[in-house]
Structure formats: structure tokens, C-alpha cells
Design a protein around this ligand. Sequence first.
Ligand SMILES: CC1=C(/C=C/C(C)=C/C=C/C(C)=C/C=O)C(C)(C)CCC1
Ligand SMILES: [Fe+2]
Length: 545
Amino acid sequence: MDVLFGRNKKEQLEPVKAKVRGQIPPWLQGTLLRNGPGMHTIGESKYNHWFDGLALLHSFAIRDGEVSYRSKYLRSDTYNANIEANRIVVSEFGTMAYPDPCKNIFSKAFSYLSHTIPDFTDNCLINIMKCGEDFYATSETNYIRKINPETLETLEKVDYRKYVAVNMATAHPHYDAAGNVFNMGTSIVDKGKTKYVMFRIPAEVPEAKGKGKRSPLTQAEAFCSVPSRSLLSPSYYHSFGITENYLVFLEQPFKLDILKMATAYIRGVSWASCMAFHPEDKTYIHVIDQRTRKPMPVRFYTDPLVVFHHVNAYEEDGCIVFDVIAYDDSSLYQLFYLANLNQAFEQNARLTSAPTLRRFALPLRGDQNAEVGSNLIKLTSTTARALKEKDDQVYCQPEFLYEGLELPRINYSYNGKPYRYVFAAEVQWSPIPTKVPGLEVLRLSDRNGKIGGQEGDASLGQDKLEVVMDCPRKGAVPKAVQLGQEARAGIYPLMSLLSTSCVPQCGRTQVQGPPKACTLSSMEGTTYYVLALSDGTHCFFKNDF
Ligand SMILES: CC1=C(/C=C/C(C)=C/C=C/C(C)=C/C=O)C(C)(C)CCC1
Ligand SMILES: [Fe+2]
């Protein structure tokens, strides 16, 4: 694994022809630009995290059935300073570094904390953004780097702060059909306020007399802002959703701690260590109307979760539907520490929660007559619910669509519109062998279903799984092992992975849930499930579908 992840990649400056298997359709012409970490060690020094590596730009030029590939390191100030010093001198997400004392070329990141937070990196390794005719390598700090899409040469360094008041911005902007860019960023303790700022960069800029072509960034416009719930701990976010008329932003309980960031440099700890998941908090769902440029007043919220990637969002029958890949904790970042990406990866680097594709639905119009507790979603296309609560609050429960996938892509011409396909990488994970003490998958081979617990029956309905089992200890509430959460009442469709429900019935507990909800292992057609009970014991059952 470390060979794959931690190895420094060589640039390929001269285009090389790729071997093409099969045939590339003649209409497929253009250049695919990609970005990502390429160099993980400089001299004797090593980055700690995979998201720290120096940006390597890749281009795949596709013409007349042929593909030619080239790659080049982004010549960021960070790259140049590191190479010159032959060590890491600029801090990245997971690595705190110290500049050469006599070459302090870097200014400060936040003006109000100017003495403590050094300037952020311009190692733009995450994505590529198109602004009008220009291409930029992007990360999540205030810096982006213009690049030449043909030669992959590095051009000017642009500071977003010159155009919009943000200290960091996402690397996943959206585009409309005309090529206008929509993005958002966080403005930290600026004039005593911390807020999330939504901004638009037009695709075209009218030429100013005598000034020639101007960058679309000069016309960037902040069109809305949402105050952060907390001045010193704004949420971290990696992307957001957009529909034809709305923007969807999740203010999740995965937060940056600005005071920790302010002392990180003197404490010698990384930015990553200044981020924390707060499972006791909620996830607030903000909806911004692009026409009024204002957030909707309804307070939508859901359970604590961590989302990196929004997949798509759209409007349907007076509702906003949006799909995200969500985790129940922040274990994803842990997984990518290079020390975890070693040969023992299979054993020691586990996600403790699965990335699941979840669909949320939000009502666009309030129903004054709806009773408290009622579901405001009348769509037949989803089982996602939005429950009316007192004080204008709406509690959203997603539909679980699929488990174990990340890095989602869609056909972008369906962005913001109803769509059918998600293309994503499968993520294999299973925390069970490490999470349930004293249990080994091997022991399941005795196939009697009585390993340490009591046997129940499972039967597969047309669209749901129903499991009836004895609850060994009265008052012990079933928990799904993978979730580590108490099961909730309700009936779930087959695809609602990870959901279980529990309805106590005459000393027995009926558990309904989808087949993969708590899969332990599958042997010769038999799948074993395990439910962890709140008293710390486990129940088992099996099926022979
Ligand atoms: C340097 C730096 C940051 C960088 C974050 C990065 C580089 C995140 C990459 C995330 C990815 C690739 C997620 C994939 O799902 C912060 C935390 C914004 C702020 C502090 C300075
Ligand atoms: Fe991403």
C-alpha cells in the first residue's frame, strides 16, 4: 500500500501515447485534466498525510481515437520553497512545518490572528477549476494557481481574498450551463463575525476600455452568506449541492477549532489536529434561494454526520432532494495518514463508519396546518422524511441508498436536475472483526447461529427484510453494530442499508432491517447478522435466502 500511496511520482513532461484497448469513439475529443498528490517526501522529510503531497498535474489529451498523457508538478511557491530547502518548509493539512528563519516569504493567514497563524499553502492538489477561459489548480485554502491546460505550466498565484472575503474555499465548485462558477468559502472572524460566504464568478467579463482581457475573478460576487453557529469553530465542508434555484449547504458537526489553529504553530501540531467531530451536535441544513439571495428561514437539521461529497441535488414537486455520501464519524481522514496506508493496511486502517449514499428531501413550502411530528414529504420517489417539530424546526431523516462508495461523479449535464446514475469507487470496509470483542469470523463456520447469543429467524420480504429474534435481556435495546447507534422504529426498504428498527413485542423483539444491515460474513449462502445490544452483549441470527 505505501508503495502505491507514498511513492514519489516522476513527471512525464514529454507527451506519451497511451496503449488503447478497444476503440475510443471518434466524437470523444478533448483533454482530461486531473490533479492529486505526487510527492510525499522531500529530502529527509516526509509528509504525514496523503492529502499533503505536492500537487502533480496530469493531462490526457484525447484526439482521433488516441490518447497522449503528460504530467508536471505544480510549481507553487510551496513546491519551490520545499525543493530549494530540500525539506518540507510549508505546513499542509496533516503536517506542520517551519520555514527557514531567514527566508520568511510567507505572510499571515488571518489578519486578526496574524501573529499566530502562518499563511496557508498554495500547494493546490485537490482539483481543477475553470473560470471563463482560465484553468486553476485548487485546494481548500485561499490560494488557487492558474495553469496552462495544454503544457501544464504553472502561472499566477491568485488569492481569493482579493476578490471575496474568504479564508478558505471548496475545491468542488459548481458550474451552470453558461459556465458561471458557484463556490463557497468561510470567512473567519472578520469584523467580529465568522460566516460561510457563497459567491459567483461569471464566465464572461465585458472588456474594459484599454484594459484588455480581465480575469473573471475580478467580477466575483458574494451573493449570500450564512452566519456560522460559532465564532471560533466553523464547520469544515468539502463540497455543497446546487439545484436550478437553490444551494444546499450542510453545517456539519465536523469543525475547525480556530483557537487550536492559532496555537498549532507553537505547539508543533498539524491543521488536521485542529479539526474534530462533535457527535453530540446536529447537522444543520441550509438552503439558499438563488433568486432572493437569502437562506430559507426554516431550520432543517439531521443527525450528526460527516459529508465530504455531495453527489447531486434537484427540485421535485415542491421539494429539494439532495444526495450525499455520509459517514457517522470522521474516520476517513484518519485512514489517509500515510502511516496507516502501509502493508498492514487491511488490518489496521479501518473506517469505523461506512460511506453511505443518503438521500435527503426538504419541503420548500411550510405547511402551517401540518401537525407536529408529521412527515412533510409527500414524494413517492423517496422514503426520506422531514418531520415537523415545534418552533419551525424540521428534522430530516434520509433514505439510505447504497453502502460502501466514495468519489462520486455524475453526468454533469444532469447537475441540479433529476438523475439516475452515480459513478463511484467501491469502498470495502468491515469494522466488525475489530469492533466486536471476542468474536472471530472463523467461529461463524459452526453455522448453528448460537455463537454467544440467541438465534432468531430472518425472512426476506419483497422489499424489506424482517427479522424476529428473542431479545435475551429485557430492556436491552438492539443496536446495529456497524452503526453503533440504537435502532429506530420504522420499516425500511431493502436498499436502506444500515437501518434497523426495533419494536418490542410481548417479550420478543422484532427487528426489521435490510439484509446487509449487520452482515458478518457470508458462507455457502448463509449470511450471519449480529446486533450489539445496549447492555454490551450481542445477538446473532442467520438467514438462508
Ligand atoms: C491546508 C489546510 C486545509 C486543507 C485541507 C485539505 C487539503 C483537505 C482535503 C480534503 C479532501 C481531499 C477530501 C476528500 O474527500 C484546511 C483544513 C482547509 C484549512 C487549514 C489549511
Ligand atoms: Fe473531493
